[in-house]
Design a protein around this ligand. Structure first.
Ligand code: ATP
Length: 300
């Protein structure tokens, strides 16, 4: 049997002091093939960011292990590119230089000209060539998200880890970026793990959808294979019988696991039940500790 590219074996993670441990994730088992697009679907607070951080190597599992191409993950690596919800752009750098910073980390031996050509190519890919000299504060939320996606892609990682990258966007911008993500994935065929709480977004983009049950002790539920031919058109999908059946099955499953005592904001529950559209990918990293922390907004 082929070895999965990404393999999480009985992974658990807790937070808090020893006498008040909060076990957020329990016995997570996940296998993702190279080139596969997997969406993890979960409620707010269910542990989705914790899961992505474990795969990214930004946190360590308490029990179990995360393997990539058979090797245990012990920290961040150039093989993984992460896009978080908060864009993580350096405010004093232009759009171009934000992406260039990533390329300098991932391709240090390239000439300056090679790096600049590469950056231009990815900025064109996300339709931001005209805004390349702007600073992040001069951009809309959707534009910032596209810069974050371009930066991640330009770093050429084997795998893209997308943590609700479109969550803060309006439905229209979300839809545009979802289309771009699907187009880019068709072109580059990276392995992608997308975290989302939008059933329709997952159905539009993923090969497989795996629900995360509610915290505490959240774990992965049964996988739903999205056997809808690509490219998938958002408008046409609404009338696709297979899409309708899958959406109903997934929503039924989510309702059935919602009964845990975790507080779920009403608008999140509603968002999960009303399908909507969205976004996506990166490539290798990684930044020195100071810039990585600035980018992710996280403590090391
Ligand atoms: N560093 C930390 N220390 C203590 N508790 C944490 C830490 N990070 C996350 N948690 C807790 O773990 C649980 C899961 O958090 P996480 O951010 O992984 O969930 P999420 O599904 O990504 O949430 P959201 O959808 O709201 O972003 C929450 O109860 C959160 O308070």
């Amino acid at each position: 049997m082929n070895q999965p590219y990404l393999n999480l074996k009985n992974v658990s993670k807790s937070y808090g002091p020893a006498n008040r441990r909060n076990e957020v994730l329990a016995n997570i088992n996940l296998q993702v093939e190279r080139g596969e697009f997997v969406a993890i679907l979960g409620y707010s607070g269910s542990g989705k960011t914790t899961l992505i951080s474990l795969i990214a190597g930004l946190q360590e599992p308490e029990r179990g292990e995360v393997l990539i191409a058979g090797k245990r993950v012990t920290g961040p690596g150039h093989d993984r590119g992460v896009v978080f919800q908060n864009y993580s752009l350096l405010p004093w750098l232009s759009v171009f230089d934000n992406v260039l910073l990533g390329v300098e980390q991932s391709h240090p031996t390239w000439t300056s000209e090679q790096k600049r050509e590469h950056v231009s190519r990815y900025l064109q890919m996300v339709n931001l060539a005209a805004a390349q000299q702007k600073k992040p504060q001069q951009l809309s939320g959707g534009m910032k998200q596209r810069v974050a996606v371009a930066r991640a892609l330009a770093m050429s990682p084997e795998m893209l880890l997308l943590d609700e990258p479109l969550a803060a966007l309006d439905a229209l911008t979300r839809g545009t970026l979802q289309d771009e993500i699907e187009r880019i994935w068709e072109q580059e065929r990276k392995t992608v793990v997308l975290i989302t709480n939008h059933v329709d977004e997952a159905l539009l983009l993923a090969d497989r959808i795996i629900p995360l049950t509610s915290a505490p002790r959240a774990t992965l539920g049964p996988a739903f294979k999205v056997d809808i031919p690509r490219p998938r058109d958002r408008q046409a999908l609404n009338h696709d019988r297979r899409f309708q059946i899958l959406r109903a099955e997934i929503n039924d499953y989510l309702r059935s696991v919602k009964a845990k005592p975790t507080a779920i904001p009403a608008q999140t529950a509603a968002a999960m039940e009303v399908p909507q559209p969205i976004e996506l990918p990166p490539r290798r990293r990684l930044w020195p500790a100071w810039s990585w922390n600035a980018l992710t907004g996280r403590a090391s």
